[in-house]
Design a protein around this ligand. Structure first.
Ligand SMILES: Nc1ncnc2c1ncn2[C@@H]1O[C@H](COP(=O)(O)OP(=O)(O)OP(=O)(O)O)[C@@H](O)[C@H]1O
Ligand SMILES: [Mg+2]
Length: 335
C-alpha cells in the first residue's frame, strides 16, 4: 500500500510545482489568508453559532474573495467539501436556465451523508444576467432552510438591490503593503529567488493591493531573470520606472519644444511604454514636485484631458505634443 501511495504523493506535489504561482500559492486554509481578519472572524463566528446568513463578498480583483470562501467551505465541511458546495463562476453559463436547473437541482436534493447546510458559491455574480438575478430572489428564499448562498463580485452596483438586501455584505479592500511584504518574502524564499529590496518595493507599488498581480509580476520576472532588480520589474511589466519618468520630467521642464518631444518619444518607443501609463506617472510626479499650486492645477487639467483623449483613441503624437506644449506654457505662468 505504501509503495503505491508514495509515487501518487510525488505526482501531486510535482503537479503543484508546475502550476502558475496564483494557483500554487492559493491559500489552503484561513490561516494562509492575509488581511481581512475582521471578515474572517465574523464569518467564522456565524459558522460556529450555526447562524450563517447569505453572504455577498465584493471588492477589487485579487484581494482574496474566492480564496476566502473556499477556505471557509473547507473549514465547514472538511472531507465532505466537494459534496456540499456548488461553485459556479464566469466560465459557466450565466443565464436563467442555470438558475432553474443546476442551482435548483443542487438545493432541492436531500443530503444523505451530511445533514448540514449546503453552500452555493456564485463567483463573479456581476456577470449574471438580470433576468437570472431576479429568478434567484425566489430561489434564495425558498431554499434558505438547507442552503446558504455566497455571491462574489467586483462591482456591487451590478447586483440587483433585492439580492443585496437578502445578504450580509462584506467589502474586501485592496491589501495593505505591510501585509503583502510578508507573503512576498515567504514566496521568494520558497521559490529560492534572488530579489532585491527595490524590486520587492516596486512589485508592491505596481500591484496596488492586488495579490494576484504581485504573484504574476514575480513569476514573469523570475522566468526572465536569475537575479531580479527594480529595473527588471519595470521592464517585465512594461511600466515606466521612476528613473524614466524623472528623465522625461526633467526634459519637459528644461528643454525646448523639439528636444522635449524627441526625448519623450524616444524613451516611449525604446521601452515600449504606453502613453496612458506615462501620463499617469507624470501625474504622480507633478503632484509631488514643489511647483506652485496654480501651475500644478494647470498641468493636471491638461494631463487629464490627454488621458481622456487617449481613451477615445486620438492620435498619440498629437497628445504627446499637447503634453510638451503644456510644460512649455507653464514657463510663462511662472513669471
Ligand atoms: N488575502 C489574501 N491572502 C493570501 N493570498 C491572497 C489573498 N488575496 C489574494 N491572494 C492570492 O491571489 C490569488 C487570487 O485570489 P482570489 O482568486 O481569491 O481573488 P479574488 O478576490 O477572488 O479576485 P477576483 O475578483 O479577480 O476573482 C490567490 O491565488 C492567492 O494566491
Ligand atoms: Mg474570484
Amino acid at each position: 500500500m505504501e509503495v503505491d501511495e508514495a509515487p501518487l504523493e510525488k505526482v501531486t506535489r510535482e503537479a503543484r510545482d508546475h502550476l502558475p504561482f496564483v494557483e500554487k500559492y492559493r491559500p489552503d486554509s484561513l490561516d494562509d489568508i492575509i488581511s481581512h481578519t475582521e471578515i474572517i472572524d465574523t464569518v467564522c463566528k456565524f459558522v460556529d453559532e450555526r447562524k450563517l446568513p447569505h453572504l455577498l463578498f465584493h471588492g477589487p480583483p485579487g484581494t482574496g474573495k474566492t480564496s476566502c470562501i473556499l477556505a471557509i467551505a473547507k473549514k465547514m465541511y472538511g472531507k465532505h467539501y466537494h459534496n456540499m458546495i456548488l461553485e459556479l463562476n464566469a466560465s459557466d453559463e450565466r443565464g436563467i436556465s442555470v438558475v432553474r436547473d443546476k442551482i435548483k437541482a443542487f438545493c432541492s436534493t436531500q443530503q444523505i451523508i451530511n445533514k448540514g447546510l449546503k453552500l452555493v458559491i456564485l463567483d463573479e455574480c456581476d456577470a449574471i444576467t438580470s433576468a437570472a438575478q431576479f429568478a434567484l430572489r425566489r430561489v434564495v428564499e425558498k431554499f434558505t432552510k438547507n442552503t446558504r448562498f455566497c455571491f462574489i463580485c467586483n462591482y456591487v452596483s451590478k447586483v440587483i438591490p433585492a439580492l443585496q438586501s437578502r445578504c450580509t455584505r462584506f467589502r474586501f479592500s485592496p491589501l495593505k503593503n505591510e501585509h503583502i511584504v510578508g507573503k512576498l518574502d515567504d514566496i521568494t524564499k520558497a521559490e529560492k529567488l534572488k530579489v532585491t529590496k527595490g524590486a520587492k518595493e516596486s512589485i508592491i507599488t505596481l500591484s496596488e493591493g492586488d495579490m494576484r498581480k504581485v504573484l504574476n509580476i514575480l513569476e514573469s520576472a523570475s522566468l526572465a531573470h536569475d537575479k531580479i532588480s527594480e529595473e527588471d520589474i519595470y521592464s517585465c511589466t512594461g511600466k515606466p520606472s521612476p528613473s524614466d519618468t524623472e528623465k522625461i520630467m526633467e526634459s519637459l521642464l528644461q528643454d525646448d519644444f523639439k528636444e522635449a518631444f524627441e526625448t519623450f518619444m524616444t524613451l516611449k518607443t525604446a521601452k515600449s511604454l504606453t502613453l496612458e501609463d506615462l501620463v499617469r506617472s507624470l501625474h504622480k510626479s507633478v503632484m509631488s514636485t514643489d511647483l506652485n499650486n496654480k501651475i500644478k492645477i494647470f498641468l493636471v487639467k491638461r494631463l487629464a484631458n490627454v488621458e481622456q483623449r487617449i481613451a477615445i483613441g486620438c492620435n498619440e503624437k498629437l497628445q504627446v505634443s499637447s503634453i510638451v506644449g503644456a510644460f512649455i506654457e507653464i514657463r510663462t505662468l511662472k513669471k
